[in-house]
Ligand binder design. Structure first.
Ligand code: ADP
Length: 224
């Protein structure tokens, strides 16, 4: 992102001349108080919102040149998980993940081959037939992660994925994110959990009032 500004209305900018470069396969934690502009940054990356000014290039795709018809292709490269999971409650664990492939027109044979592998990756082997409400919060979030990565995106955005979880389940989720990152996916994580920030020893970008207030390389985060 190069000097990206996003103004929703006259009250001021949600993001103000934000420049941020993330390397492929990096794991970046984005912190900052509520209203700082973190979700706006993610919405610009997924093209749910367009910047008011500034340049965005993701994986070689210049958003200024991106046509509306190419947005689905872009979204395939970016998986997203949210604090509230957003699972389909009337579908099983298996079906929730398979559905992401079905709507993409992936053949059944490939779905049957892929889904078990992804569920294994997130540690949910044996839970295929369970419904979301039969799972713990941490397990639900891992289903959401499985669904987000089943089409092998280049980037995984995790917007406060541990916000609804107790510490043990939060760590299970973080460990899965680290594993996915080790396999080569860029991870962008927001969290308010200081223990996670301190323990992960990853780059920490701090956003405050729509601007980058800190960008710390791997090392101990001591708060902004
Ligand atoms: P964060 O994710 O860090 O909590 P947001 O990106 O959601 O921050 O919000 C940044 C600022 O932009 C806030 O002042 C918020 O009220 C405002 N904002 C976010 N989305 C919209 C919108 N769709 N319309 C108007 N203002 C918005």
């Amino acid at each position: 992102m190069d000097r990206v500004t996003k103004t929703y209305n006259r009250r001021g900018s949600a993001l103000e001349r934000v420049s941020l470069h993330v390397e492929p396969k990096e794991f970046v934690i984005i912190v900052g108080p509520s209203g700082a502009g973190k979700s706006t940054l993610f919405k610009l990356l997924t093209r749910e919102e367009k910047p008011t000014s500034g340049k965005i290039i993701v994986g070689g795709i210049d958003y200024d040149k991106l046509k509306d018809k190419d947005v689905p292709l872009l979204r395939r490269k970016i998986g997203v998980v949210f604090q509230d999971f957003k699972l389909l409650l009337n579908k099983t664990v298996y079906e929730n993940v398979a559905f992401a492939l079905e709507i993409a027109g992936i053949p059944n044979r490939e779905i049957k081959h892929t889904v078990p592998k992804v569920l294994d990756l997130v540690g949910l082997k044996g839970k295929e037939r369970n419904y979301p409400l039969e799972l713990s919060g941490g397990e639900r979030q891992r289903v959401a992660i499985a669904r987000a990565v089943v089409r092998q995106p280049k980037i995984l955005i995790a917007d406060e994925p541990t916000g609804n979880l107790d510490p043990k389940h939060a760590w299970d989720v973080i460990k899965v994110l680290e594993k996915i990152n080790r396999y080569g996916t860029t991870v962008l994580l927001t969290t308010h959990n200081q223990d996670i920030v301190n323990s992960l020893k990853r780059r920490v970008v701090t956003i405050k009032d729509g601007q980058i207030a800190g960008d710390r390389a791997v090392g101990q985060y001591k708060g902004a």
